[in-house]
Ligand binder design. Structure first.
Ligand code: UDP
Ligand code: MG
Length: 331
């Protein structure tokens, strides 16, 4: 089996890295003897990144560009690249040269072995310890515990994924960090491999320490999606029944205490508990019903993509026409 490959690279203000990135990919990809394309997604860069990309694409038809109208974030950029990809396997990587294209052939070999998704583990990660590596290690540990998916480095963008698996994953917000988990949820066979990592030489990281909190919140979302998306009523209904039980028991206790011991009902704290947990249980049931309605709408509607494309370069017109603008900008 010889599959073809789409390399997807999100670019946000990486002007120095763009030409170097292209050269590095160009040293590796032709040697794999496969049909390939490189898709750069310009995520609203405000520097010369887009000009550099257009210069490269003008000379090399294998280089394609998706130009966003603004900055929609790394997840949306990766998602767009994946939707536009036309080959059998998608390889995602950062555009800042921190991932190493020479790892690509090894990852392709894993796909050939039969895996659906190969994700990198930056065992020798070249980032600051206190504000990058340590929080990342804690997050990976927590995510593994909560989701039950053994993972050492979710933050590594270098991945190889079968296109049909990649297309199923919805990338919005900062969900790109959970790609292996979301894929495994959909039944993909995943494997983690050690990959190279280099310090950033040009440009600056686009994230600060604030991402730690966002990752934890995203983790709650992912946990919810994986377990309860199909039936939110199971989660909220369980909480509702529990509250209803508490309400019933404390209500009975209040009445019992009144009849047997003559305890004043309104002065009994259990009475307050009965009323409040009764109301809370009603709210949980309503939330569950709203959730069920939401998931029905979700599973039935054509949703809009979480990005807006201004222009594309080097794609055949029939490719992914769904997201392309209906007319081309004057050259
Ligand atoms: N990136 C992007 N849109 C954004 C932020 C980042 O396309 O809003 C790209 C960025 O250009 C780079 C990759 O995502 O190619 C990873 O970003 P960065 O290197 O800043 O993340 P870090 O390596 O620090 O986690
Ligand atoms: Mg980086």
């Amino acid at each position: 089996m010889s599959f073809s490959v789409s390399v997807v690279v999100p670019i946000y203000n990486e002007e120095e890295n763009v030409p170097l990135m292209y050269d590095a990919l160009n040293r590796v990809l032709p040697e794999t003897q496969r049909d390939y394309e490189i898709i750069f997604v310009d995520d609203g860069s405000t520097d010369r990144s887009l000009l550099e990309l257009e210069r490269i694409a003008a000379e090399d038809r294998t280089v394609k560009i998706v130009e966003f109208r603004g900055n929609f974030g790394q997840s949306a950029a990766m998602g767009a690249g994946i939707q536009y990809a036309s080959k059998d396997v998608v390889i995602t990587m950062d555009g800042d040269l921190q991932n190493d294209p020479t790892d690509i052939p090894m990852m392709m070999a894993k796909i050939e072995e039969g895996y659906d998704l190969v994700h990198g583990w930056r065992k020798n990660r070249q980032d600051a310890f206190i504000n990058r590596k340590l929080p990342s290690q804690c997050a990976n540990w927590l995510i593994s515990k909560v989701t039950g998916f053994p993972v050492r480095d979710l933050g590594c963008t270098l991945k190889a994924v079968r296109s049909e698996v990649a297309r199923e994953i919805e990338l919005y917000g900062e969900m790109h960090r959970f790609i292996p988990i979301l894929a495994a949820w959909r039944g993909a066979k995943c494997v983690e491999v050690v990959t190279n990592h280099h310090p950033r030489q040009f440009g600056v990281s686009k994230y600060g320490i604030g991402r730690v909190f966002r990752v934890v919140l995203d983790l709650i979302t992912v946990k919810f999606l994986i377990q309860y998306m199909i039936s939110p009523m199971r989660l909220f209904g369980t909480a509702g029944i529990s509250c209803l039980g508490i309400s019933g028991l404390s209500g009975l206790a209040t009445i019992g205490m009144k009849l047997i011991g003559g305890v004043d009902m309104t002065g009994n704290p259990l009475f307050t508990l009965a009323v409040f947990s009764g109301m809370v249980s009603l709210q949980f049931f309503v939330l569950g019903m709203l959730g069920e309605m939401g998931s029905r709408i979700y599973f039935s509607n054509d949703r809009r993509p979480p990005f807006a494309v201004r222009d594309t370069v080097n794609f055949e017109s029939e490719d992914s026409a769904k997201y392309s603008p209906s007319f081309k900008r004057a050259a």
